[in-house]
Design a protein around this ligand. Sequence first.
Ligand code: PHE
Ligand code: NA
Length: 450
Amino acid sequence: MAEQKSIHGLWRSRWLFILAATGSAVGLGNIWKFPYITGENGGGAFVLVYLACIAIIGIPVMIAEVSLGRMGRQSPINTMQAISKDQKANPFWGSIGWMGALSGFFILSFYSVIAGWALAYVFRMAGGAFDGATPAQAGEIFSGLISNPEVLLAWHTIFMVITIAIVARGVNKGLERAISIMMPLLFLILVVLLGYSMNTDGFAEGFSFLFSFDFSKITGESLMVALGHAFFTLSLGMGAIMAYGAYMPANTSVGKTVLTVAALDTIIALVAGLVIFPVVFSNGMEAAAGPGLLFQTLPVAFSQIPAGTFFGTLFFILVGFAALSSAISLGEPVVAWAVEAKGVSRATAATWLGIIIWLLGIGTVLSFNLWSEYTLFGKTFFDTLDFLTANIMLPLGGLLIAVFVGWKMRSQDVAAEVRMQNPVVYNVWKLILQFIAPLAIAAVLINGLI
Ligand code: PHE
Ligand code: NA
């Protein structure tokens, strides 16, 4: 395909791409979701499967996604259409971008609600609600929050408005600078907390919960959750990383860049786990507490460390930023598409799409209170969206991308775009896309669904 140009601008350097992609990857998935699904799925063996999925499937698919984005230099929807046409593939392959756009809508709708919990916690923390709180009291404050639909809706609205405002301004302005300060700070607080958790009685138990492998706890569903989370945490399978790849400077190594992002994402998730589980075990709390785990455990930790109110407040502000830098990447693919296809301004596109996503988010708000009894196969509206996107749509998106790049594209075009220097690494990557990733994803999906 002839060299393409992005109408949305480019990242100013390889580092800014890494920063933006890390901003997308590191988010609620690492700090909120990874610990609670690890708790629900029994710990160590689940973590091992998750790490294997990142290394064997996630990283190769991420390289493919970034490369496709950079080749097409448009929104994922148009990039996939343009490349599949150029490669003379069946038009079906051009439609992959659409499924990704739908996944993005669904994910952002609940992501915003959970980010809203973090924002609500900023004020609860700062107001001293958790000073000297026992685990039981922290649990009550959390239940009090999620049982109140008006409050959840207000924070969901605020988070969506901020997200839309940033996406409306385009890729270069504002956020790049904010992320470069916020992300290291978030990591620093996690490390401070790690120092604290290492000195609790529960550290050894927390550590072995995360890293000792009891494979009898692995079920078909937990395999699916681990694989799904590998996609979710790396922002794969729906076009977010493809959209960011479209703004990547041409002369950078995709492989090395992707490895950096994946490593940072994984380290942050593991550190979050190492902070949370010792707190769980030293306070006799429940590892399988579900989505409230982060919000029930960390306030207890903060209530026990010096200047905990200050650190706690700062921590939840930073979680809000981590969520925001992921949320904009969830919105970017559809907004970029609307700008390209409909010729509207970014602001108009972001506003309309934001309103639709905001409306959908109301379903998640109500899942925790008024609608908590309405379930489908035992899953609330929120559970259903979460399951459908992370465990089915993202892996399916990844499978299709792997097959497309592995089988449908001309080999010389793929090689020219990824430009891996080491032929062995390149061949292994190709082999994974052709065989290992599609077969493994298909097996896990089929096994998990029956
Ligand atoms: N990777 C983000 C997180 O871990 C979530 C996300 C998923 C962002 C898909 C973009 C696309 O929180
Ligand atoms: Na992540």
